[in-house]
Each structure stands twice: as structure tokens, then as C-alpha cells.
Design a protein around this ligand. Structure first.
Ligand code: ZN
Length: 280
């Protein structure tokens, strides 16, 4: 069933484990993720970026697609439909109106006062609709645009003020993590995670978790991370398998067979990640 992230993230926080957030790109990805998480009886957060929403047709298309798959495939786990990196207040409102159960407002490129103002607006609207809100403070950059610099790491005191003033449900801090591919050595600031988790008392979200080694991911969860966002690693695994399928099957033109060639890769990464993140 579709629900907001409150119960599952709070349970993860109380019991020191993390929920996986996987980004969806189309019908097949949504289906593969739902099927595998349901098979493993693990709640899942389906993240959809603004660009993925545009690609798929719009907010209502995505919300109805997810709801219909849950019903047709008889999915029994809690599913959270989450707007990933909503850059405008209006995007969050559109998502909520269409039936998303969780939204992220990402005003992290603005000064903190503007970030607080925008985030509060989203929280106010979301609460009325029983939707949970994630926000980002500091800025999770990427190696590609060279925005991964310690100056943008989340300050502990600022995090406390931010959470208290905005009343968000979860916080995405910048602690050395990055979107896309990591070029060099990955270094996460575990102490900072611990301090922010302790002072804010909300579940923390790790963005850019693709290719973070298993032991580091476990340590991040132990330090206070309760939601882990994975996108790039699934995309690359899917693309690699689809490319080799096409090379080896030059006569096949049925798009269903081509897209499905990446199913195994997606499902096996999901299984692997859930084993790392789940309580044990
Ligand atoms: Zn992100």
C-alpha cells in the first residue's frame, strides 16, 4: 500500500537500520523495484526526480502508474512515492496534489534563510495532506560539476536550527557524499552524521549512495542514516546488461525484450543493498 514515510523512517531510526530509496525511470523500473522489494518483504521508497516526472508524462501519470502497479501486482509492502529534489515549492505542491506521499524540497543552493522559508511553505501544505517532507541543508554536490567541497558540508548547529524551524520529517545533510560517480576516494564524515543525528532527532538521508562500499554504508547507518538513496548504480548496471544483450542479439527488435534485459541486474543490486541496510 502507498503511505507516507513517517512510520517506516521512525521505525528505522528507533531500531538503527535504513530504508532504501531507489529512483524510477519508467514502468519497467517501477515494476522491477516493486517486485523485488515485495519478494524480500521490505518497505521501499520510490524516488522520482522532476526530470523523470517530465520524461514519464507528468505527476498524475507517475502517481497513477505506481498505484496501479501496486494493485495489479498485489504488492503488500509499504510503498512511499517520493518527489526527489523538488527544486520549487510549486513542484512539491503538484506532487502532493497528484498523490505523492512524500516530497523533498531542495532549496540547498539558497542561503539558509531562503531555504527555511521555502521548506516551511512545503511543510505547511504537506502536513495538511498527510505527506512527509525531506529537505537538504548544506549542499550535496557532484564530482562532475566540482561542487563536492567541504565548505558545503552541513553545519551541526545550523542543522538543529533548520529542523526546529521548518519541522521537516527527515534531513539530507552534506557529509562528503556526492551524486553520480565518485572519481576519487570516498570519505564520509561519520562524526558529523552522529552529531547531526543526535542534535536534530530526525531520520537522516544519505544521497548519492551508489558505489559507497558496503562497510562504509553500514557505518553510515550505524552513525544515524535511516534512508539511503541509490540511483546511478542501478542505471549503470541496467545499461551494461542492455548493451551486451543488444550486441549479442542483433536480430531482436522487440523493446520489451531489450528493456527487460536489465531486469536481473537491477534486482540483484536491490537485493544486495537491502541486505546491507536492513537490521541484523
Ligand atoms: Zn540526491
Amino acid at each position: 500500500m502507498l503511505e507516507n514515510s513517517k512510520n517506516i523512517l521512525n521505525d528505522a531510526r528507533m531500531n538503527n537500520y535504513a530504508i532504501a530509496h531507489f529512483n524510477i525511470n519508467n514502468l519497467e523500473w517501477t515494476r522491477f523495484i516493486l517486485e523485488e522489494c515485495d519478494r524480500l518483504k521490505t518497505p521501499v521508497i520510490l524516488g522520482v526526480s522532476e526530470s523523470a516526472i517530465d520524461y514519464m508524462g507528468g505527476y498524475y501519470t507517475v502517481a497513477n502508474l505506481v498505484k496501479s502497479l501496486i494493485s495489479d501486482l498485489k504488492i503488500n509492502i509499504p510503498v512511499i512515492l517520493h518527489l526527489d529534489h523538488g527544486k520549487k515549492v510549486e513542484s512539491c505542491i503538484k506532487a502532493i496534489d497528484a498523490g505523492f506521499t512524500s516530497v523533498m524540497i531542495d532549496a540547498s543552493t539558497y542561503p539558509i534563510t531562503e531555504n527555511i522559508r521555502m521548506t516551511k511553505k512545503v511543510v505547511e501544505y504537506a502536513k495538511k495532506h498527510n505527506v512527509t517532507v525531506e529537505a537538504e541543508l548544506g549542499h550535496v554536490g557532484s564530482e562532475a560539476d566540482k561542487s563536492l567541497i567541504p565548505e558545503l558540508y552541513t553545519e551541526v548547529d545550523a542543522a538543529k536550527k533548520f529542523v526546529e524551524e521548518t519541522k521537516i520529517d527527515s534531513l539530507a545533510p552534506a557529509i562528503g557524499n556526492a551524486h553520480g560517480l565518485y572519481n576519487g576516494k570516498i570519505e564520509l564524515d561519520f562524526e558529523r552524521i552522529k552529531e547531526i543525528a543526535k542534535i536534530t532527532n530526525v531520520p537522516l538521508v544519505l544521497h548519492g549512495a551508489s558505489y559507497i562500499p558496503d562497510d562504509m554504508l553500514k557505518k553510515a547507518v550505524k552513525s544515524g542514516i535511516n534512508k539511503v538513496n541509490i540511483n546511478t548504480e542501478l542505471q549503470i548496471a541496467w545499461a551494461n546488461d542492455v548493451k551486451s544483450f543488444i550486441e549479442q542479439n542483433q536480430d531482436i527488435y522487440d523493446p520489451r525484450k531489450i528493456i527487460k534485459a536489465g531486469e536481473k541486474a537491477i534486482k540483484s543490486i536491490i537485493k544486495q543493498k537491502l541486505e546491507i541496510l536492513n537490521r541484523n
